[in-house]
Ligand binder design. Structure first.
Ligand code: DGJ
Length: 704
């Protein structure tokens, strides 16, 4: 019998307990408990029923079919038809603090599998594998998955779905028998299949229940699954979908999976999100800008689209600066021949007919107004109607001899082609070296249909090369911040966030739609990385109209900006922009560093979010009325996360214009303010106001 050791990884309030022998099995992943008694392991020994294999089969961190596990294996591959059923034995265990590295060998198959597992002080676990081929003959890897066990009480799932202008929608389903599988084959993180999943005890909600959240840090094709085995044991698995033949390891070569991030909380979804938010803040986001307040944006896209006139753009900038904008970004339409979305992608030269005096006067004007300047690029894309394509049709990511459908009239550039890669870097480098550009909006508007390089599948490598291109740009221009955008929220994940600073959450600026998009995004991302802009009153993507108060408050709880043409706006609207920009600036440090909460509501027509300062000295609460109130009264506003014994002054910071006209009277606390303890706020709360649908109120709490 092999020696088995118990290994404990401890976070702040959670713990992972593993048994490591020939293989490694998670025995406990949940609350921190004392596991020091030598016989405690006995309590977990499984019985072996009739009618199945005679021995107990452990559910390891890398399940293997050949051990008789009958689960989705971690590795599927072969060497020209051989070595297809590997069985790994741990040969080396390196345990240091909260990091565990296991090296496993299968000498027959000539393979080494390294598994790295870490748990940080924010209670976020990350796991990945590295597979190395040690024998002559290419080892064809079909699948290599990260696996984490879930306890049997995980009986429900929350998964994500969406589409363009409708990202981050959530849906619940039971996890009883069988399981769940999601595949993304769109070549980017995707609007449709955001790579995250939450499992939990029955009816887990924002405040209660045990939940285990998973986020797969990869910006390409992926597969997520949560399986219930026939014996009731459960596990979650996440992997890159490798296309046929694309990963063939020669002797000595390795492949490393992306990290799978996961976090357990016994405080429901809010607890889980707060852990992920802190992890993102401390371990994912590039650290250089962590203490810099996130500047308010004006992005030109919905203001002028492709109509670029530098004098006009400068007048937009002047007005933007007057309203308090801190960063001015010229979106699509500035480069040669880009008069619409049918041509010019790839031709990264300034359009001199639009900008006869060059870009410098505009950049200087923006800088003189005290704002940073940003510029839009879509480096990975090409229009067939472009000089670049005419010169280099072979730079297309494609399978020769096959047609592929265009997406927004465009195609993808093969980043494995060195010349293409170098050309893109040179173009980005040229603009960043020539002008004082502080920020790039890096877009990607098309899905990847035929990721072929020299005839072979290259979907995985295309993503790797994209990361390398961003990394190379950042290494040369470390002071430039980057936004990850892909037709809105099509490339939002932890891996891209390691090299970028902000996400464009959606092309949908409709405040009502944004409420659900931003809520969905908040499960894994803190507000400061979520680009949220006030759009024009008449929303371009839904044609709905919203008052400035609702648009302003909705954009307030993110990295705020405006996306319209200020020159054309009325004075009333402009005063509104100024007001919300000012409000955002006054709350920015709280919003971008505090604990975010999605509040439970008595009426499902409401959506309420709060941010409570880490030291509990203050909080802001946004009450959004999404639809008609269900009843004539809307129950109570209860605010968690405060200091129970402290006294707080409650006041209203913002409300809809017609707030008092729609009722006999609103709750008096809203007019007069009131003083309450944190305990009262959490347990009893305050009566809710009566609101029209598609309006919002902002409440502030300050410790006295
Ligand atoms: C899609 C982006 O999401 C928009 O914000 C804008 O940048 C357009 N592309 C420009 O083509």
């Amino acid at each position: 019998m092999t020696n088995k050791t118990l290994i404990e990884l401890k976070g702040t309030s959670t713990q992972m307990l593993l048994e490591v022998g020939e293989l490694a099995e998670i025995l406990h992943w949940g609350k921190n408990i004392d596991v020091s008694l030598p016989q405690s392991r006995l309590a977990l020994q499984r019985p072996v029923p009739y009618g199945r294999l005679d021995d107990d089969i452990a559910m390891s961190l890398s399940p293997e079919l050949a051990r008789g596990l009958f689960s989705s294996p971690a590795l599927e591959g072969h060497r020209n038809g051989l070595d297809w059923a590997p069985v790994f034995t741990i040969s080396e265990t390196i345990h240091y603090d909260n990091q565990l590295t296991l090296v496993s060998e299968d000498a027959c198959a000539g393979l080494t599998l390294k598994t790295e597992l870490q748990l940080d002080q924010h209670d976020v676990v990350k796991v990945r594998h590295t597979l190395t081929n040690n024998k002559p003959g290419a080892y064809q890897v079909n699948r290599l998955a990260n696996t984490l066990m879930l306890p049997e009480r995980a009986k429900e799932l929350m998964t994500f779905f969406g589409r363009w202008v409708h990202e981050f929608q959530t849906v619940r389903q039971p996890l009883l028998q069988g399981g769940f599988q999601q595949e993304n084959r769109r070549g980017r993180t995707s609007h449709e299949h955001y790579p995250a999943i939450v499992a939990g005890t029955s009816h887990f909600d924002e405040m209660t229940g045990d939940v285990w959240g998973f986020h797969f840090a990869w910006s390409g094709n992926h597969r997520l699954r949560v399986d219930v085995k026939a014996d009731g044991r459960r596990y979650a698995q996440a992997e890159v979908i490798y296309l046929p033949g694309e990963v063939a390891l020669e002797q000595g070569e390795s492949i490393t999976t992306p990290w799978l991030y996961a976090s357990y909380s016994d405080r429901g979804l809010n607890g889980m999100s707060q852990q992920f938010h802190e992890h993102v803040r401390h371990s994912i986001l590039p650290s250089e800008f962590s203490s810099k307040p996130r500047p308010i944006h004006l992005n030109t896209w919905e203001g002028i689209y492709f109509e670029h006139d530098p004098d006009y753009i400068m007048s937009m900038a002047t007005q933007a600066a007057q309203m308090g904008v801190e960063r001015f970004i010229i979106d699509d339409g500035w480069f040669k021949g880009r008069d619409g979305d049918k041509a010019a992608l790839g031709d990264w030269l300034l359009d001199e007919t639009k900008y006869p005096n060059g870009l410098a006067p505009v950049v200087e004007h923006v800088n003189k107004l005290g704002m940073e300047f940003g510029l839009w690029f879509e480096p990975e894309m090409i229009n067939k109607n472009s000089d670049l394509y005419r010169a280099h049709p072979e730079w297309l990511l494609a399978v020769d001899s096959y047609q592929q459908p265009a997406g927004r009239n465009q195609y993808v550039i093969d980043l494995q082609n060195e010349d293409a890669f170098n050309y893109l870097f040179e173009r980005l480098d040229y603009f960043l070296s020539t002008y004082n550009i502080a920020y790039i909006k890096w877009d990607m508007n098309r899905e990847v249909v035929q990721p072929g390089h020299e005839g072979r599948a290259a979907g995985y490598e295309q993503v790797v090369r994209y990361y390398q291109l961003v990394d190379k740009v950042r290494a040369k221009h470390p002071n430039v911040e980057i936004e990850s955008c892909a037709a809105g929220g099509g490339r939002i994940d932890f891996e891209v966030l390691k090299r970028t600073h902000r996400f464009w959450a959606s092309d949908n600026n409709d405040a009502l739609e944004r409420q659900s998009i931003q809520r969905g995004m908040s499960y894994f991302f803190p507000p400061e990385v979520m680009g949220s802009h006030i759009g024009a009153s008449h929303c371009h993507s839904t044609r709905r109209r919203h008052a400035i108060e609702f648009r302003g408050l909705t954009a307030l709880f993110g990295h705020m900006g405006i996306e319209l043409d200020p020159v054309k706006e009325s004075d009333v609207e402009k005063q509104g922009f100024e007001r919300y920009i000012k409000l955002h600036k006054s709350l920015r440090s709280l919003l971008h560093s505090g604990n975010s909460w999605r509040l439970m509501t008595d009426d499902k027509a409401h959506q309420i979010s709060a941010v409570v300062a880490k030291d509990k000295s203050q909080a802001v609460i946004q009450i959004a009325q999404l639809a008609m109130p269900t009843n004539s009264l809307s129950g109570h506003l209860r605010i968690p996360g405060l200091d129970p014994k402290a006294r707080y002054q409650v006041s209203v910071l913002d409300k809809p214009a017609l707030f008092d006209d729609i009722v006999n009277y609103q709750p008096p606390w809203m007019e007069e303010g009131c003083e309450l303890t944190g305990e009262w706020c959490e347990e009893i709360g305050l009566t809710m106001p009566i609101l029209d649908s598609e309006t919002a109120v902002l409440v502030q709490l300050q410790r006295i």
